[in-house]
Design a protein around this ligand. Structure first.
Ligand SMILES: *Cc1c(COP(=O)(O)O)cnc(C)c1O
Length: 363
């Protein structure tokens, strides 16, 4: 078959190892997975109750335009419903944006390291990928601007950035948007938005009227604890949304997932609790790093990128043997670092003990 030539250079996405898989290999009892930035507190109790007896007609296709979740989101965000698009996770929206705007005649600019799906989708569409290295964890927005030319179609910003956790200061994003030509779509991926505690953060939803070429991506996968339901959303001008809707698959979000997201959205106290506890636990990672003279990025997300005094793959392996699954920085473009999802207090205690013993055994 005549596959797109670029596929020869690609591999299918490799997820972090599953709990069952690691349990079997190392014959371990309890495993703590701190690898995929999932919410260690699960989801809102109201969602659990809903799932005991959801009232749905499973033989029916989901409502294509998903009115109630969109209505609820629009209301809570203070935007019009036609400014919201739903995706099968925000991954789906990244694909929709790429299919809508990228082809072999275009280029796209993004930070590196960052979320791999931006580059992955761009390459499938044949676009030239311009990756701008982070400078001390920060997006180098000056360099982004220098890379823009007449073929630039999409710019990706990840805020807070995965895998570093750093936040781009809001004033810098605003200044950047002032300068980016209006025919280029700027994507602001805020998958970890709910975890931000920095006081200087300004909600970019309030900027949409000024920047018709901005789209903000958010998700129910992280703080809402609903990764398995695959619901993400985009917020932008109605012009942007109506174009993207032409590319969106008609039934890209399932009925049960929509119902679950609606229920979850109503419990903002759960999100607030998760944000507060995550912040408290995040500070403990900084303390641990300081005690052991390890570098760590200042994170506004629910993970930290922590230095380890050995090869990151080795550290990841040894942690796994002790029952903790984390992500090696070698895979993420950050050698000598591991990306650790911030767990519950108890999980973090266990993680600190495990990493401490690995470090000590090395002497
Ligand atoms: C997890 C993540 C996503 C994808 O989330 P889904 O909504 O589950 O597809 C998008 N962007 C970033 C930066 C992420 O970390």
């Amino acid at each position: 078959m005549n596959w797109k030539p670029v596929l020869a250079t690609m591999k299918p996405y490799k997820p972090g190892r599953s709990i069952e898989d690691v349990q079997k290999e190392y014959n371990l009892g309890e495993i703590v997975k701190l690898a995929s930035n999932e919410n260690p507190y699960g989801c809102a109790p109201s969602v659990r109750r809903l799932l005991e007896s959801p009232q749905l007609e499973y033989e029916m296709y989901p409502d294509t335009s998903s009115p109630s979740l969109k209505t609820m989101l629009a209301k809570s965000l203070g935007v019009q419903e036609k400014c919201v698009i739903l995706g099968n996770g925000s991954d789906d929206l990244i694909t929709i944006i790429s299919r809508s705007l990228l082809n072999g005649d275009t280029n796209t600019i993004m930070p590196s390291p960052s979320f791999p799906q931006y580059a992955h989708n761009a390459r499938i569409e044949g676009a030239e990928v311009r990756e701008i290295p982070l400078v001390e964890g920060q997006h180098d927005l000056e360099r982004f601007l220098k890379e823009i030319d007449s073929a630039t179609a999409v710019i990706w910003l990840c805020n807070p950035n995965n895998p570093t956790g750093d936040l781009i200061p809001s004033y810098k994003i605003k200044k950047f948007l002032e300068t980016v030509p209006k025919h280029i779509l700027t994507v602001l991926d805020e998958a970890y938005f709910e975890y931000i505690t920095d006081d200087s953060y300004e909600n970019p939803v309030n900027w949409l009227s000024e920047y018709p070429n901005l789209i903000i991506l958010r998700t129910f996968s992280k703080a809402y604890g609903l990764a398995s339901f695959r619901i993400g959303y985009g917020i932008a001008s109605s012009e942007v949304i109506s174009e993207l809707n032409k590319v969106r698959n008609p039934f890209n979000t399932g009925s049960l997932s929509l119902l679950v997201a609606e229920t979850a959205l109503e419990d903002q106290s759960f999100i607030e609790k998760c944000r507060a506890e995550n912040h408290k636990q995040r500070l403990r990672f900084y303390e641990f790093a300081k005690e052991h003279s390890l570098k760590v990025n200042v994170s506004e997300a629910n993970f930290v990128l922590l230095e380890v005094p050995m090869d990151a793959d080795e550290a990841t392996d040894e942690l796994m043997q002790k029952g903790f699954i984390v992500r090696s920085g070698n895979l993420l473009g950050t050698p000598n670092r591991i990306r650790v999802t911030i767990g519950t207090e108890e999980q973090n205690n266990g993680f600190f003990t495990a990493l401490e013993s690995i470090i000590t055994n090395r002497g």
